[in-house]
Design a protein around this ligand. Structure first.
Ligand SMILES: [Zn+2]
Length: 125
């Protein structure tokens, strides 16, 4: 009888699928970053539109920069996941070394922590 407590190791086929997903995600992120950078450089209203309240423009720029930081972070996480794929650590929690559940990886292929460690680090701040 096989115990089910331990998550089964990912098969080469599954690893290939994750690699493809991560590469697609990275390409999509790069397109998105390019778009946000263009938007941030060119005010969306164009030359004819003069905002009455300048803080409106600043707020939207803040939002763009925030989005950019998020994309950056995500891009970093995706790159890290691809590195882990290369050196055979993909799917292992970087904190406790236990396998990350497949369902979690399916949703977040770039997840670096298992759900327990993620929850612990989130509640710690
Ligand atoms: Zn963990």
């Amino acid at each position: 009888m096989r115990r089910n407590a331990q998550v089964q190791a990912l098969t080469p086929r599954e690893l290939q699928d994750f690699e493809r997903k991560l590469l697609e995600l990275r390409a999509a992120l790069q397109r998105e970053v390019g778009r946000i950078e263009r938007d941030a450089l060119e005010p969306s209203g164009g030359a004819r539109f003069q905002p009455v309240d300048e803080s409106i423009e600043e707020t939207s720029l803040d939002a763009e920069l925030e989005a950019l930081a998020t994309q950056d972070e995500l891009g970093y996480a995706v790159n890290e996941a691809l590195e882990r794929l290369t050196d055979g650590r993909f799917g292992q929690c970087v904190e406790c070394g236990r396998p990350i559940a497949r369902e979690r990886l399916a949703l977040l292929p770039y997840a670096r922590e298992c759900r327990d460690c993620r929850a612990a680090s989130e509640s710690a701040g």
